[in-house]
Ligand binder design. Structure first.
Ligand SMILES: Nc1ncnc2c1ncn2[C@@H]1O[C@H](COP(=O)(O)OP(=O)(O)OP(=O)(O)O)[C@@H](O)[C@H]1O
Ligand SMILES: [Mg+2]
Length: 255
């Protein structure tokens, strides 16, 4: 499966009829077995890009093609982990994770089994019968991730999914996601502000410019999984990306 973003631009209506350009001329191709991360200054259009890729927001110009077919609305083939997609407060944790499987018509014993397995993998065993409000923010985020992964989507879009987690949990979620990525080989488009996370997870890191976001840098991370965070090469990539972000930040400050 492939998701292609073709010449995407987006303008939001702004105050006083002056439009806010958020993205300009984005071309991107996501394929199964490719892990791509987008990094860039705050407000440069990363979330906008993911929403357009998901069919949740319409671009002002350009097209989004899933296996060659234009999409203009969300599809179950694309799994989303966005911070604003809260859990269902009236469903317990197990039932939250089962949601997508239920929609697919999978019978209760089977979907329960799969949901329990995901609970275990995300370190949430024992919380099956809790409700979202009874969990910490980081735990809720893990449930949201498990809920998305339950249906094995071939394309996964993730907007800062680990942002609310402490660094230990964050590292174990990164490892969990990589294991899933390597076992199931979906196409992943991931957004983070964390350079270490970007290098650790991805094969490609795209650097967006200040707003309106354009793809200004394309880092190909040529390290084999599992990556060694303390290696010299790992740190070389970190430094290159940091320098890119610093340049972008300064060019905003100089405007
Ligand atoms: N619904 C909206 N209506 C109007 N303007 C919007 C809307 N959503 C985003 N914008 C504007 O588009 C630009 C890009 O926003 P976006 O949320 O995509 O940035 P981002 O790169 O995800 O930022 P951050 O790193 O802070 O999450 C910003 O200038 C923002 O003000
Ligand atoms: Mg954002």
């Amino acid at each position: 499966m492939s998701l292609v973003l073709e010449n995407i631009s987006k303008e939001y209506p702004g105050p006083g009829e002056i439009p806010t350009p958020a993205l300009a001329g984005i071309n991107l191709e996501l394929e199964n077995g490719r892990f791509t991360t987008v990094i860039g200054p705050s407000g440069c259009g990363k979330t906008t890009l993911l929403k357009i890729a998901a069919g949740l927001s319409r671009p002002t110009a350009g097209r989004v093609l899933l296996d060659g077919e234009e999409i203009s609305a969300p599809t179950p083939k694309i799994g989303l982990v966005f911070q604003e997609f809260a859990l269902f407060p009236w469903r317990n944790i197990l039932k939250n994770i089962e949601f997508g499987l239920e929609i697919q018509g999978i019978k209760p014993p089977e979907r329960r089994k799969q949901a329990r397995e995901l609970l275990r993998k995300t370190g949430l065993s024992g919380f099956e019968n809790h409700f979202p409000r009874q969990l910490s923010e980081g735990m809720q985020q893990r449930v949201a991730i498990a809920r998305t992964l339950a249906t094995h989507p071939r394309v996964i879009l993730m907007d800062e999914p680990f942002g609310a987690l402490d660094s230990q949990t964050r590292n174990s979620m990164q490892e969990f996601l990589l294991k899933l990525f390597r076992d199931e080989r979906p196409a992943i488009l991931f957004v983070t502000h964390n350079i270490d996370e970007a290098v650790f997870l991805s094969q490609t890191v795209l650097g967006l410019s200040q707003r309106p976001g354009k793809i200004k840098a394309d880092f190909s991370i040529e390290l084999d999984y599992p990556k060694e965070r303390t290696s010299t090469e790992f740190n070389r990539y970190r430094r290159e990306i940091l320098e890119f972000l610093d340049r972008e930040r300064k060019s905003i400050a100089d405007r």
